[in-house]
Design a protein around this ligand. Sequence first.
Ligand code: HAM
Length: 416
Amino acid sequence: MNRIHAPKGTKDLFHPDIAKWQFLEEKIHAYYTRFLYREIRTPIFEHSELFIKGTGSETEVVQKEMYTFKDKALRSITLRPENTPPVVRAALEHNLFHEMFPLRFYYIGPMFRYDKPQKGRYRQFHQFGAEVFGDPSPEVDAEVIYSARGFLEEIKVPGIELHVNSVGCRTCRPPYLALLQDAASAAAGSLCDDCKRKIDTNPLRIFDCKVPECGEASSGFPTITDHLCAECHDHFATVRGCLDTLGVGYAVNPRLVRGLDYYTKTAFEITSTQLGAQDSLLGGGRYNNLIQELGGPDIPGVGFAAGMERIVLHLEALPGREAKSILIAYQTADHRLEAMRLAAALWDRGVAAYVEYNANNMKKQFRQGNRIGAAFTFILGEDEIKTGTVSIKDMEAHEQTKIKREALDQWLKQNL
Ligand code: HAM
């Protein structure tokens, strides 16, 4: 029979790599609690309309990458490609904008994009992210950026670079886009077909094109940073000032455009010099119109999301994370039940213990003990059971002792 494989672009996660994921998840929970964010979990599928309206109908994510299907009642459903619109939806649906303070959320979970899989790019991938609602202050942008960068530093991701930009607002972006379209039309002969199409639909994305000729052509295009309105200009200056005060290293990149439509004012990205083509570790920015566009009140937002696969790639192996474990070995099948009782006594005390039930000799049990990396083996034989003792072998020091069962708690306290 033909074996069934995992779908392209997906990954199974298991020991020993899963330890890195558990480590990362624990760190995220602890870290964001420090900033008074609260976790939010939303469904992995939503009505497609949420992303068409929220992420933006002109974005590549919506146009090319969504997993969209009809459910049995013929509703159009989409596996979430990102979590910002779902968090806004949830906050609106549960009236959180009025009932919760501070309005700061973080999340961890799978996202889905039908993209071309390669190293660091998957069809099911995981993001952790944060969203702050209700505060238009540039200081919030700086705090969000500070927390994102600080997190990567805290878990020692090497080679990180922070890029910041302002993408303007409803006032200054339209006249700037007109200028950009003029420049791009004049240079259309040097642009790839894809970029030619973007001149009318999404000219900012020309800056993102990886084709060298397009990069060369767009290097002379006007940049938004030179055409910001006074409010956006001041906002951006304050964000940079805060970052300077906080000692956060960054580069202003006037060509930084993000693939999602909702950004206003601040946009940022953290890349890694060690990631190759898919070098973006996280991205985010301010979105002052999204909540209103999704039917809510006029409340601003700012946030980011990080690709967890890309972060995990950088985490060192995490030795010694697992608790010291104990193998309970029994001499003959007659002692197996007693071994199980001893294991239960250890489990009840929070100790990791293992019994190999499917073994008719000690040699096989010891072999399994090696495979689980047991630090100690408790041996139960005729003599131990008769005398109410247990023999304990230290697997590293190769020493053996015998203790009374009553002394077990004390032994555990001293040795684990
Ligand atoms: P995004 O830039 O689309 O932003 O994605 C954020 C991060 O998710 C990327 O920097 C990358 O690390 C990771 N990522 C994206 N696509 C893939 C993929 N196919 N495979 C692996 N990793 C991937 C957002 O999603 C926004 N919701 C961020 C945000 C939150 N903005 C404001 N609030």
